[in-house]
Design a protein around this ligand. Structure first.
Ligand code: 9YT
Length: 128
């Protein structure tokens, strides 16, 4: 069994600054769980273009408020504390943070832990 604290991840190479967000990758591919789990802080007032073409991501908001704008259907999804959204169609979207937001993110397949978005908002399938 493993026990991992947020305090261990902060300041390590599994804490990644994406500009609009800081992601603490608690579990990554090397942990061999089949998914990764991140505790991610989204900065207030930011708009982030995201498109996980190669991953399924579920996002559980535990603090703050904002919106997800899905681009294909032009829908706006209000997101607040205690709401989860699941990008089950690899949905291309804009994440708009009205306040600071804290999100628990789960990725399948797991990420390696050091990824940041490319110009399309994508994480590569495997950076190795
Ligand atoms: C909610 C979201 O997708 N934020 C971007 C960062 C990403 N989830 C990560 O790597 O933690």
């Amino acid at each position: 069994m493993k026990v991992i604290s947020l305090e261990e991840i902060i300041g390590s190479n599994q804490e990644v600054d994406g500009g609009n967000w800081v992601s603490r990758r608690l579990l990554v591919k090397d942990d061999q769980m089949g998914y990764s789990i991140h505790d991610t802080h989204i900065k207030a007032g930011t708009e982030t273009h995201i498109w996980y073409k190669h991953h399924l991501e579920s996002v559980y908001c535990i603090e703050g408020e904002g919106e997800v704008h899905t681009l294909k259907d032009q829908k706006v999804w209000p997101i607040r504390k205690n709401v989860l959204y699941a990008l089950d169609q690899h949905d291309e979207h804009i994440l708009c943070a009205k306040t600071d937001m804290r999100m628990i993110c789960v990725f399948n397949p797991p990420i390696n832990g050091h990824e940041v978005h490319n110009e399309e908002g994508v994480y590569p399938l495997d950076e190795e």
